[in-house]
Design a protein around this ligand. Structure first.
Ligand SMILES: [Ca+2]
Ligand SMILES: [Ca+2]
Ligand SMILES: [Ca+2]
Ligand SMILES: [Ca+2]
Length: 407
């Protein structure tokens, strides 16, 4: 009786089993990925609940279909997955990572940890010939910690690691929710917790919420865009602290944005903390044509080694910013510094901005056609101060203004 029941149960369960294997170890992960690489109808990979998986090699997805990975709180230990070599200038190079997605298919990963990766944690390489819709990457409840190099690297650059200007026609849309990127970039210089490289046509559109990006050796997060296209980033309830310590000769920032070529930076930060970073707290650089538009609400930065908040706009285009409920303390340079050069203007509004104990000025805003020009040639920009409190800043508590009408 028992035997026949068992057989019945077995035959029932085998007919009810999904086609895809449940991933519970390296072998089943590799075979699930391999199956998805060969069969476009496979669009989901499911991990066993709380699976502990030690990888001995990178696991690579190369399919073109959209893929959803349900981690079910699995932990992938990447400490033996791949290796990197060190160049003469002490930079590192590798094609490896614990998980690699060579695809422009939409990727969604939920409830997964990737720890102690020997190289990078999670990498998405956008194929150079990708066309059509932008790649969409959704990460929900993801922890990437202790990677030797980047924690998360989304790479549209045809060349490795920020070298070169060619990339795909498409851009990158990324959503990160309820996630941690901590303790990455501890094996070589200049590796960030989160790094997005976008080249050629296309924008970076990033929405990051309820996420911790702390204690990474390079920048906490760097968004790097060149060619046509914008960087449009929204951060809500995010911590970006204690980053940038690995390379003592060239310390790194909390949140670094580099935009080049035509296109804007549009940054909206709400409830964001940027403390104790070893270079700037926020370091936003816009160049080529385009504006730097930043709206900061309830943002605080303390003990950043260089400026707490720095915004630089070069070439054609303007800085437009609203800083509301922004507190910057104990910066190693100016507390907040806005610098606009080339054609264009600054239009800034400060409401409930408190800056204290900076090593230089508390607040500085300058609008040059050419930096350090002997005479003003452009019409004044606008600085609207609703409520600005400067105290105990080493170079004085007057705002440092060049060519802005204060009202
Ligand atoms: Ca592109
Ligand atoms: Ca651009
Ligand atoms: Ca630009
Ligand atoms: Ca300009």
């Amino acid at each position: 009786m028992k035997k026949s029941l068992f057989i019945l149960a077995l035959s029932l369960s085998s007919t009810l089993l999904p086609a895809a294997t449940v991933v519970s170890d390296e072998k089943t992960l590799i075979s699930a990925m391999h199956a998805a690489n060969l069969d476009q109808s496979i669009t989901e990979i499911i991990f066993a609940k709380n699976a502990q998986i030690k990888l001995l090699q990178p696991v690579i997805y190369s399919g073109s279909q959209n893929l959803s990975i349900r981690g079910n709180n699995a932990v992938i230990d990447g400490s033996s997955a791949g290796s990197f070599s060190i160049n003469k200038d002490l930079t590192a190079i590798t094609a490896d990572a614990s998980l690699i997605f060579n695809s422009a298919g939409a990727l969604k990963i939920t409830d997964l940890s990737i720890i102690n990766s020997a190289t990078r944690g999670l990498v998405v390489n956008i194929p150079e010939d990708a066309t059509g819709a932008d790649v969409s990457i959704i990460l929900h409840n993801i922890n990437i910690t202790g990677s030797a190099l980047y924690g998360l690297h989304i790479d549209d650059n045809s060349h490795e690691f920020d070298d070169g200007q060619t990339g795909s026609e498409i851009g990158i849309n990324i959503v990160i929710e309820n996630s941690h990127f901590t303790g990455n970039g501890v094996g070589a210089i200049d590796f960030d917790g989160v790094r997005v490289d976008e080249r050629s046509q296309g924008s970076i559109v990033a929405f990051i919420t309820n996420t911790v990006i702390d204690g990474n050796g390079g920048d906490g997060i760097e968004l790097d865009e060149a060619g046509n296209g914008d960087i449009e980033v929204t951060m809500i309830d995010v911590s970006v602290s204690n980053n940038g310590f690995y390379n003592q000769q060239d310390l790194d920032d909390g949140f670094d944005i580099d935009e080049a070529g035509s296109g804007d930076i549009i940054a909206t930060l709400i409830n964001v903390v940027v403390d104790n970073n070893l270079d700037e707290g926020l370091d936003f650089d816009e160049s080529g044509s385009g504006d730097l538009i930043a709206k900061l609400y309830n943002v605080s930065g303390a003990n950043n080694r260089d400026e707490g908040i720095k915004m630089d706009e070069e070439d054609d285009g303007n800085i437009r910013t609203i800083l509301s409920r922004v507190t910057v303390n104990s910066s190693g340079d100016d507390g907040i510094q806005l610098t606009e050069t080339g054609k264009g203007f600054v239009n800034a509004t400060l409401s409930q901005v408190n800056i204290s104990d900076s090593a230089k000025l508390g607040f500085k805003a300058q609008m040059w056609l050419v930096e350090d020009e002997p005479t003003v040639t452009e019409q004044q920009g606008s600085l609207q101060i609703l409520d600005l409190n400067l105290s105990n800043n080493a170079k004085g508590d007057a705002a440092g203004i060049y060519n802005l009408e204060v009202h």
